[in-house]
Design a protein around this ligand. Structure first.
Ligand code: ZN
Length: 458
């Protein structure tokens, strides 16, 4: 009985726990970037690594008494549902740390709504798929309060100090290029005289044309639609990688592929896997295959190539027991985990990690491939901006994006970089979710509570 661990660059440690696949300590590229993913934030403050903050107390000391009570008031407004109540409890326990987190993660206007705290910065808002009324209500708010939109190029010029910051300027950005960008957002943007930037992944671009509002939420734009929007000057098409790639990052199994796997955009989030030397990007998956812990290819973690023999065994086992029927029974996951454990106990698990050269190459292919394909499909158009899929990236990815000719990188929220101001690094542009538009200073500004309820609307 021989067991070997997949090779790890940092010298993995074998720490086996009975009944579970071994846990391997694995580090990819060291990262200086601390991200605050929207998901992390929603799932509670516990996941925010307090220990990473050198001086949370300094954060709160820097606030005035009235600013502190403002935050407390705003926070209490947020206690609308269970998760937020949890956050409120955590807030009371962890006031200094959380206050500092909030101030590092969000621009101050979100809390105080003062035009003077907005001055000198350009908030960038993110949309995915949109529906007519919620989307138009955001445009109405911006329009009524005299906001103007900048293009991604104009934002870049501001950050590079090549242009002044126009008062009340914002950037509207769209991720993934969902069909509703063309059928819902585009006509409304035109109507209000606004501009936007759309980050698309060429491999996702389909040939399914406009249908109902419902189907437009599920399909991606076609090249013809993207071309029309680009030519209009209203929507600037930029890069969101080639494949929106998610890869396995460890031998830790989190699920087994099953009929109707749930989750947000299960297809978009399906990781690539290798079969007989070929990467399968079709996101179909094979029923019964192990789904390992996964992340964006840009996360800085090295890709884990799982053992194909083990995968095949699971797929076979499930196929012989009638796929759906097998999964409809209780304990199906445990049964499969047991098979994996037995296999790993009596075989050499052929899973392996990519090395740095492979990880680099994979990132470069995504960065370059996307830029090339968009420029090919939209002749005369230049791709200069890159947006991280799942807003997840690392310093190495930033470096490679520079080397492949990008001039700016867009993220979600980043710790210690709440806003975009002249002189700020254009490779770390931060963005807020679309509903924070209603926290911009202006008439009809919404409370944090109603903003919190907006989030479930879209
Ligand atoms: Zn995306």
């Amino acid at each position: 009985m021989t067991r070997t661990l997949p090779p790890t660059r940092s010298g993995g440690t074998d720490r086996r726990e009975p009944g579970m696949p071994e846990e391997i300590r694995w580090k990819g590229y060291p990262s200086r970037i601390e991200m605050m993913g929207e998901e992390e934030f929603q799932s509670g403050v516990k996941e925010i690594p307090h220990s990473e903050f050198t001086s949370p107390r300094e954060g709160i000391r820097s606030l005035t008494r009235s600013e502190r009570s403002d935050i407390v008031r705003n926070m209490s407004e947020l206690t609308t549902d269970a998760s937020l109540r949890k956050m409120w409890r955590a807030f009371k326990n962890q006031t200094p740390a959380l206050t500092a987190v909030l101030h590092w993660g969000y621009p101050r206007f979100v809390f105080d709504g003062w035009i003077r705290t907005l001055k000198g910065q350009v908030p960038v808002f993110t949309f995915h798929s949109v529906e007519p009324e919620p989307f138009e209500s955001r445009l109405r708010y911006l329009h009524r309060n005299g906001y103007r939109t900048l293009t991604a190029d104009e934002l870049l010029a501001v950050l590079n100090r090549e242009a002044p910051v126009p008062d009340r300027s914002v950037v509207l950005s769209f991720d993934d290029g969902w069909g509703s960008l063309k059928t819902v957002a585009y006509p409304l943007l035109k109507q209000y005289g606004f501009k936007a930037v759309a980050f698309i992944a060429p491999a996702l671009i389909g040939d399914e044309t406009a249908g109902s509002v419902k189907s437009d939420r599920r399909r991606f734009c076609t090249w013809a639609e993207l071309r029309e929007m680009q030519l209009s000057g209203v929507v600037d098409i930029q890069s969101h990688s080639l494949n929106h790639p998610r890869v396995f990052i460890s031998p830790k199994i989190v699920d087994f592929h099953r009929p109707k796997r749930s989750g947000n955009h299960p297809k978009l989030n399906f990781p690539v896997y290798r079969e007989s030397g070929q990467d399968r990007w079709d996101r179909q998956g094979r029923i019964g295959m192990p789904i390992y812990e996964s992340q964006s290819i840009f996360s800085g973690r090295h890709r884990y190539f799982d053992d194909e023999k083990l995968r095949e065994m699971c797929v076979q086992f499930v196929a012989e027991r009638g796929e759906s029927e097998f999964f409809s029974k209780k304990g199906s996951t445990q049964t499969l985990l047991k098979i994996v454990q037995d296999y790993r106990n009596s075989n050499i698990d052929l899973g392996r990690f990519a090395d740095s050269a492979e990880t680099d190459r994979a990132m470069i292919e995504e960065l370059q491939g996307s830029k090339r394909r968009i420029e090919e499909k939209l002749p005369g158009h230049r791709v200069r901006h890159f947006c991280y899929p799942w807003w997840n990236g690392c310093e190495r990815a930033v470096q490679l994006s520079k080397e492949t000719g990008y001039e700016a990188n867009f993220w979600g929220r980043l710790i210690r970089r709440p806003a975009n101001r002249p002189g700020d690094d254009p490779f770390h542009i931060v963005r807020l979710r679309d509903y924070y538009i209603f926290r911009l200073p202006g008439e009809g500004r919404k409370s944090l509570r109603s903003v919190a309820s907006e989030r479930s609307e879209m």
